[in-house]
Design a protein. Structure first.
Length: 369
């Protein structure tokens, strides 16, 4: 399939290819939809085997950002960037500054941030060339590490799911299994233990397991393949995507699935299977939106209290999605899409009327042909 055809089939507005031979930069920026505002989404650096692989990734990820921003109530569109290269060998100041200059040339239609293999030091180089970047270090007036805010959003999403399942948002005494105790899983454990929940966790990284043992001695470790079958109230996927699939669903003994990982359902149909089994699924791209909410307020001056207030809204938004899911008898993942699409459409519609601001006849100025 050709690039324009791919863009058309997924509804993208713009895809831009950049290269700078002097530093070896090869990058693609995809802007999916800017109805709600400038397209925001991180930059991922990956040694893609082919250009096609990179293009498909950036198209898919940018579309996901449109839905995440829309459902989160942000005045932002969806975009994403990929840099084709090996993060262990190809990173340099020049590469990120060249990338920053290209981002600048998009004039604010796309705002970037960290994603896989891009850290706050790389962002600092991008920031040297453009203001259209978020996730900047707090020392430079940015919002710094997003993980605590992502974890807070996941915590609010879990509370909403508990309200639906048990009639109370309290998590005291509930048993929660966490798959992956990296940046977000660790912060989530902090919040859950503070309210008296019992934690059972797994990970495959010895350093992260050791950190958990030292910080939360009462939390219980299980091997990675055992986590799905543990008797618990809530299963929280905080590692990689696709952990809800044909193999794992029959093992689940929980009432709720709610975690930070992106694309938790291997396929859309797994949302329906969860619904049929009476397992409440909190929509991943909403409840993990705390990080993007946090960076979104960098432009108006970041403050911890502002960020927390915004992230707290995930509780009500999750309940609203459960309501749509019940009302329309559709799986929660579909209900989240409906809520996002309805918001984009309604805002697109109000933009139909002419605002009277167009300066097509400024006195004394010649009309341009
Ligand atoms: P991370 O890399 O810090 O942590 C992931 C952890 O999962 C690691 O400790 C890793 O060892 C572990 N892991 C990987 N595969 C595993 C497996 N099969 N079984 C058990 N453990 C496994 O990443 P993170 O920043 O904590 O993000 C976690 C998830 O949340 C990711 O899917 C990410 O895309 C998503 N997310 C993160 C943020 C954020 O702010 N960091 C925001 C939105 C979404």
């Amino acid at each position: 399939m050709q690039t324009l055809e791919k863009m058309y089939s997924m509804g993208h507005e713009q895809v831009v290819f950049f290269q700078d031979k002097t530093c070896g930069l090869k990058a693609i920026v995809a802007i999916h939809d800017t109805t709600l505002g400038p397209a925001l989404g991180g930059t991922r650096m990956w040694p893609y085997a082919t250009e096609d692989e990179a293009l498909i990734d950036v198209l898919r990820l940018s579309k996901g950002m449109t839905y995440k921003a829309a459902v989160s109530g942000l005045n932002l569109g969806g975009g994403k960037a990929v840099i084709i290269g090996d993060p262990r060998k190809d990173k340099s100041e020049a590469l990120f500054r060249a990338f920053g200059r290209f981002i600048e040339s998009l004039n604010g239609r796309y705002i970037t941030a960290e994603d896989v293999n891009i850290n706050v030091d790389d962002v600092e180089h991008i920031f040297a060339e453009t203001n259209f970047v978020t996730g900047v270090a707090q020392a430079y007036g940015g919002s710094g590490n997003p993980a605590p805010y992502t974890a807070l959003g996941v915590f609010r999403g879990i509370e909403a799911a508990a309200t639906k399942a048990y009639g109370s948002r309290s998590l005291t005494g509930k048993t929660i299994t966490i798959q992956g105790v990296g940046a977000v899983g660790f912060e989530l454990t902090k919040l859950l233990t503070e309210v008296g929940a019992n934690i059972i966790y797994t990970d495959i990284n010895e350093r992260n397991i050791q950190k958990m043992r030292e910080s939360f001695p009462t939390a219980k470790f299980v091997e990675a393949k055992e986590i799905f079958g543990v008797n618990c109230d809530i299963y929280s996927p905080c590692a990689l995507g696709a952990s809800i699939n044909d193999e794992t669903i029959p093992q689940l003994k929980c009432k709720i699935v709610a975690g930070a990982a992106n694309n938790q359902l291997k396929e859309d149909r797994h949302g329906l299977i969860l619904k049929e089994r009476g397992i409440i699924y909190a929509p991943d791209y909403l409840i993990n939106a705390g990080g993007v909410m946090n960076v979104s307020i960098e432009f108006e001056g970041w403050a911890d209290s502002k960020s927390r207030r915004m992230v707290d809204t995930i509780y009500d938004k999750t309940l609203e999605i459960f309501r749509i899911s019940d009302e329309q008898n559709i799986p929660v993942n579909k209900a989240a899409d409906v809520m996002a699409e309805n918001r984009i459409l309604s805002i697109r519609n109000i933009k139909n009327s002419y605002l009277g601001k167009t300066n097509h006849r400024i006195p004394g100025q010649k009309r341009r042909n």
